[in-house]
Design a protein. Structure first.
Length: 83
């Protein structure tokens, strides 16, 4: 995996995992103010969630890199089997 492919894979993993991370710690107000959505969070903690997501995406990227690098799953062999 070259550096460009690595960046693309990391970005895809990061983007997919952010949707799961955004729901962590979601607390709504018991009595929301007039004009706000009842599902709006009291505190969003965006920076903490972005850092957590980056760390999780990094670990998942390392796993994907190791699988590709050390040949546990050979995509070339899969293509040969399909042909």
């Amino acid at each position: 995996m070259d550096w460009f492919t690595g960046v693309v894979v990391y970005f895809l993993i990061w983007w997919v995992s952010i949707f799961a991370i955004l729901n962590i710690g979601h607390r709504v107000a018991e009595n929301p103010q007039v004009g706000t959505a009842p599902s709006a969070p009291v505190k969003f903690y965006l920076w903490q969630k972005l850092l957590l997501n980056s760390a999780i995406a990094g670990v998942l990227w390392l796993i994907a890199w190791a699988v590709i690098k050390f040949g546990h799953i050979s995509f070339r062999e899969m293509v040969k089997d399909w042909q």
